[in-house]
Structures are given as structure tokens and as C-alpha cells.
Write a protein that binds this ligand. Structure first.
Ligand code: SAM
Length: 286
């Protein structure tokens, strides 16, 4: 498959575009393992972000009921349509995934027998964060996603409190989903080769957020403020960002009420503790 893709790109005089994060995954075994991780069945509808030359799309089309694939680079059309010619369950959408309405995309697939909505993608790395935010906070999120991202990002998504990788993105991800690192992928699996290792992360989306927080916007504001100043204590970080709404005394009182030592660092708090803190800060403002 690898040689075929390279030959097709050469035939059509297509050069991989760095600005679109084009690193085509050519290793057949890894493509299969991504599809395995998504536990696909014929009743699933799969959304693929950036099908590229269609290597992964073929795996998804063989194993699922319907595939909706959104690709920004229309120059790839001759290669992609040739590789998908034998499948009648794939719909290609040309455009920027970030500009698409997710609910509308899901509706493109026939709904009769669809049980699960899934996302499987070798993501263009330059838009990893906005894609994740879009999926996690969607009105109709997928039930499950398997995404290939930079290893360093994968480690942030699954990071536990108190570790160096734990940050706002970890909290956002774990609030809406249960993430799991399923596979590390070396640069040699791609063409052209990226500089860094990649990893596949499986996200099982929760029916309800992991913790009850009331106002989600305020919760994430508290989370961002807590991580914003890694060398400050929690009380000082929060005062720095929320000082226009709450006094230092209010903040300290809320921390104590939530059972959190004001001298701790933000990056040591669990989701439960962030939720307790948000509730205490909300009550303190009343
Ligand atoms: N799925 C293919 C594979 O595994 O070989 C290609 C993966 S490549 C890392 C990322 C793909 O996303 C490229 O085909 C690129 O053109 C496409 N892409 C980049 N930005 C995009 C965007 N905003 N919306 C949709 N597709 C995008």
C-alpha cells in the first residue's frame, strides 16, 4: 500500500503539504490497528477528519456501515476517489472540518441501523486542539473516537494530576471522555516522515460529564486560572485571574471550604477537587 500511495501522488504530481499537516500513514498493520481500536461494526457511522489518499478510509469503509470523510485539500480528489471507487458507503466532503456543523455531518449517513457514532482519524497535527474541543463540547458528540496525535499531546490527554503533562487539555478531555493511549507509532510509519513519534488515543465519551460543576464556563475558567501560573500557589494563581470578581480572602475561604490547601499548586488538583472548588467559589460570590 505504501508504494502504491507514493506512486499515485507522483503520477498526479502531488507533493505532501506541510501547512495541511500531510503525513500519510502507510503502514498497513498500524492502519488496521487504528480500525481495531475503534471496535467497528456495520451499524457504526464513522467520521474521518482528513482522509488524505484514503489509506485509512478503506479500512473504515470495509468495517463500518457508513463513512463521512472531510478533506480540506481538493488536489487529492483523483487519488482519493480512485482508492474509494469500490465502496458505496463513503461520502466525501471537501472543506475545512473546523467549519463544518457536526450534527449535519452525522445526518449525512442513513440512520436506520446506526447505533454508534465514531470518529477515526490520523489528525493534521496543527489543528489537534481545536478538533478535540469541537468533538468534546459538541451537542451530539461521538460515542467513541480513535485519533492519532503527536505522542506528546497523547500524553497530555491521558495525564493524571501531579504529573508534568497534566494541564487544562487533560481536564477538558477527562471531563467529557475516558481517554486511553492505545498505540505508539514511529515516524517511519508515515510519508513524509514527521520529526516526532505519534500515538493513537481512544476516547470513550461519557454520557454525563465526569463531575457536576454547575456553570461549565466558570469551571473551565477556574481550571485555566489554576494552570496559568505554574510557579504560583493555587490561591495566588486564582487571585491573578479572578481577582476582579473575588478577593484573596474569598478565594482562600473557598479553597478551605473545598478542603484544598491554598498552598498547593493547581496542577495537583483532581477533577473532583476542581469541581468542589468551582462550587465553593460560586457560593462565595452570592
Ligand atoms: N488519513 C490520511 C492518512 O492517514 O494517511 C491522511 C492524514 S494527514 C496526517 C491529515 C489530512 O488532513 C491531510 O489529508 C490534510 O489535507 C487533511 N486536513 C488538513 N487540514 C484539514 C482541515 N482543516 N479539515 C479537513 N482536513 C484537513
Amino acid at each position: 500500500m505504501g508504494a502504491k500511495t507514493k506512486e499515485q501522488l507522483r503520477q498526479h504530481n502531488i507533493k505532501a503539504k506541510k501547512r495541511l499537516g500531510q503525513n500519510f500513514l502507510l503502514d498497513k498493520r498500524i492502519l488496521a490497528r487504528l480500525a481495531d481500536a475503534a471496535e467497528l461494526s456495520k451499524s457504526d457511522i464513522v467520521l474521518e477528519i482528513g482522509p488524505g489518499s484514503g489509506n485509512l478510509t478503506v479500512e473504515l469503509a470495509q468495517r463500518s456501515g457508513a463513512v463521512i470523510a472531510v478533506e480540506a485539500d481538493q488536489e487529492l480528489e483523483p487519488v482519493l476517489t480512485a482508492n474509494l471507487a469500490e465502496f458505496n458507503n463513503v461520502q466525501l466532503i471537501w472543506g475545512d472540518f473546523l467549519e463544518q456543523d457536526l450534527d449535519t455531518l452525522w445526518q449525512l449517513a442513513p440512520s436506520e441501523s446506526v447505533r454508534q457514532r465514531k470518529v477515526v482519524a490520523n489528525l493534521p497535527y496543527y489543528i489537534t486542539s481545536p478538533v478535540l474541543v469541537k468533538l468534546l463540547t459538541a451537542g451530539q458528540p461521538p460515542n467513541l473516537a480513535v485519533i492519532l496525535v503527536q505522542l506528546e499531546v497523547a500524553q497530555r490527554l491521558v495525564a493524571k494530576p501531579g504529573t508534568k503533562d497534566y494541564g487544562s487539555l487533560s481536564v477538558l478531555t477527562q471531563f467529557y471522555a475516558c481517554p486511553e493511549l492505545v498505540l505508539k507509532v514511529p515516524p517511519a510509519a508515515f510519508f513524509p516522515r514527521p520529526k516526532v513519534w505519534s500515538a493513537a488515543v481512544r476516547l470513550k465519551f461519557r454520557d454525563q460529564p465526569a463531575v457536576d460543576v454547575g456553570d461549565k464556563d466558570f469551571f473551565f475558567q477556574v481550571v485555566r486560572a489554576s494552570f496559568g501560573h505554574r510557579r504560583k500557589t493555587l490561591a495566588n494563581s486564582l487571585q491573578h485571574d479572578l481577582g476582579d470578581r473575588l478577593t484573596k480572602q474569598d478565594i482562600t475561604a473557598s479553597l478551605i471550604r473545598a478542603g484544598i490547601d491554598p498552598m498547593r499548586r493547581g496542577e495537583t488538583l483532581s477533577l473532583k477537587e476542581f469541581a468542589k472548588l468551582t462550587t465553593a467559589l460560586t457560593e462565595q460570590q452570592r
